[in-house]
Design a protein around this ligand. Structure first.
Ligand code: ADP
Ligand code: MG
Length: 594
């Protein structure tokens, strides 16, 4: 299910779910920091349980010793004990309820944090392979099923378990012969449902999996609604949804049936044993071997024990989705993360000399993408990496950003191997603009300031001016305070791109990395942004990646990529003079390599 490379693809339906033991072991890790609080809660539970079992014993005492001889003082004593006990038990129960709610919510929130943290450090390839619906469902379905199991954990799990243990002990004290017969309820309730559960567990996992698949279809619909509409794909998508839903329906029915069957099996056993103990008890009472009070107390206790056992088995049933959810959460948390800094990683000093790729090769899942690429980019130069789509340009950017490490070869900055330095110390020197730039739900000023939260307003505005977006922002009624989310479609692609550019410039980066930053724009806008860029780039190193040649002629140095290899390099004039790939492409269409 989880490959070492961080593959999070859904497993098949034959998947086995965490056992109950495994589930609690995993949960234990999250509860460990709260062990003191959990101990207090268990203490409160014991107080409650203790009281529940005083009641039938008092009952026996009343019947055999007090009512039979009309002992009024004795009656008042017993009733007083019961009164005080009930107050203490109620108080313990109230306190326990509130306290547990806190502890349990804290644990769920801890898990949520770990999930979010993992989401951030997840390797770029895991993101590429895993759908949004699949990732989101770890936060929604999976986590909420674990949360539900925890919410019910005390009332349906811990309390009944304590009840059963203490209750059975008291049954044995009351009458060992009846207790032996009654004890059969244990193996019945504990062994039979798990046998059914073993068959039900994979169906619960399958149900979760299919829920995620169904969500994926919905998510895709939301993301692609304009394509669906434009191409008239509604029916086709409906069929897709219908299939996903039908699979979910089928899994839900199987899962619900098996869980209901599990309950029924326990209940039938309890009813039978109840009748049998009553019969044996009555026979012993007839024979004068047992007092009426003991028989009455025994029956009341047995009912309590078996109800608690029933609760407990129902709780086990409710754990099925939680176990599946927990497993999916743990799988996600265990998935291969992005690159971590090596222990004691050094800090990279400000970029001063050059960036060098030395015989760098790279492959995604064994498919080679870069082969033996060696290139040098000097500080302060303005270089371009060009080549057809799929030739490996963006991969070079990813390697520079250390989204991945090279399979072989080395990337050095000022002679220092990038693998050996703290990523943050290198990334903080980079300003990056991608082709698709999403704005955060924050004001435009905050969006620009994102990379350098302490940038003063003047610098934010200066960055916007350099990116050629300042006047557009000023024309908005709320100016820089306009919320980017509310603008929705009101910002054009070019404007969005300029805000992204302003964000990169506000960082005052040593190196400006532009991956097809202007390729999606119309030639007019592209030309305008290129002029701004040249202005903004003064004194910086600029690496522009593009498949459009029109904007690179002025660059100091051009690298031409072809099927993962560095095919040519030089200035525009040198490359045209050489009459190679670049010259050919320039002749056929100087604007584009498409
Ligand atoms: P370019 O930016 O020049 O268009 P890329 O560097 O994005 O090219 O991609 C180079 C090759 O690597 C392409 O064949 C692409 O399909 C493949 N590729 C890119 N990203 C991934 C990924 N995350 N997983 C697998 N293959 C990828
Ligand atoms: Mg690309």
């Amino acid at each position: 299910m989880i490959a070492d490379d961080g593959n999070l693809e859904p497993a098949g339906d034959e998947h086995t779910t965490f056992s109950t033991g495994e589930f609690f072991r995993r949960l234990g890790v999250y509860f460990f920091p709260h062990k003191g609080k959990v101990a207090l809660i268990l203490l409160a539970c014991s107080l409650e349980t203790g009281f529940y079992w005083i009641v039938p014993l008092a009952f026996r005492h009343l019947i055999d010793n007090t009512l039979a001889v009309a002992d009024r003082r004795g009656l008042i004593q017993v009733l007083s004990v019961l009164c005080v006990g009930s107050v203490v038990a109620s108080a313990a129960s109230l306190w326990r309820g509130r306290y547990w709610a806190r502890v349990e919510s804290q644990v769920v929130s801890d898990i949520r944090f770990r999930l979010y943290h993992q989401l951030q450090r997840l390797s770029v390839s895991s993101y590429a392979k895993t759908s949004t619906g699949e990732l989101l469902s770890r936060f929604s379905n999976d986590l909420s099923s674990v949360a539900t199991a925890l919410t019910m954990g005390v009332v349906w799990g811990a309390l009944p378990a304590l009840d059963c243990i203490l209750g059975t002990a008291i049954l044995a004290v009351l009458d060992w012969r009846l207790a032996c017969l009654a004890a059969l309820v244990w193996p019945w309730c504990l062994l039979v449902p798990p046998r059914i559960a073993r068959r039900a567990a994979p169906t619960a996992y399958a149900r979760k999996q299919r829920e995620a698949e169904m969500l994926e279809v919905v998510q895709e619909q939301i993301a692609t609604q304009s394509v669906v509409r434009a191409y008239g794909l509604a029916r086709l998508r409906m069929v897709r949804f219908f299939h996903a839903d039908a699979r979910l329906f089928e899994a839900s029915v199987r899962s619900a049936f098996l869980t209901a069957f599990m309950d029924q099996a326990s209940m039938s056993g309890i009813l039978l044993l109840q009748v049998l103990t009553l019969a044996l008890g009555a026979w012993l009472a007839f024979a004068g071997d047992m007092t009426i009070g003991t028989l009455a107390a025994f029956q009341a206790l047995f009912l309590g024990v078996s109800t608690s056992l029933l609760y407990f088995t129902q709780y086990l049933r409710s754990l099925l989705p939680a176990r599946a959810g927990m497993q999916r959460i743990e799988e996600f948390l265990a998935a291969g993360g992005a690159i971590d800094d090596p222990p004691g990683a050094g800090t990279l000093s400000p970029f001063s000399h050059d960036i060098a790729f030395e015989h760098v090769s790279f492959a995604y899942d064994g498919a080679p993408v870069l082969r033996d690429v060696s290139l040098t980019i000097r500080r302060g130069s303005n270089v371009a990496i060009v080549g057809p789509s799929g030739s490996g340009k963006s991969t070079i950017v990813s390697l520079l950003l250390r989204f991945h490490d090279p399979a072989s070869g080395t990337i050095r900055v000022d002679g220092v191997d990038l693998k050996t330095v703290a990523q943050e110390s290198w990334r903080s020197q980079l300003g990056v603009v991608f082709q698709e730039n999403l704005l955060f739900r924050a004001s435009l000023a905050e969006n620009i300031r994102m990379g350098r939260p302490d940038a003063p307003d003047a610098e934010v505005e200066e960055a916007a001016r350099l990116a050629g977006i300042d006047d557009v922002i000023r024309r908005l009624p709320e100016g820089y305070r306009t919320a980017a989310g509310e603008l929705g479609g009101r910002l054009s692609g070019g404007e969005r791109q300029r805000i992204a550019l302003a964000r990169a410039l506000a960082l005052q980066p040593q190196v400006l990395l532009l991956d097809e930053a202007t390729s999606a724009l119309d030639p007019q806008t592209e030309a305008e942004i290129n002029v701004t860029l040249r202005r903004a780039a003064a004194g910086r190193t600029v690496i522009s990646v593009t498949h459009r040649l029109g904007s690179v002629a002025h660059c100091d140095h051009i690298f031409v990529m072809d099927r993962g290899r560095l095919a040519e390099q030089g200035t525009h004039e040198q490359l045209i003079g050489a009459g190679g790939i670049y010259a050919g492409l320039w002749r056929s269409d100087p604007r584009s390599l498409d």
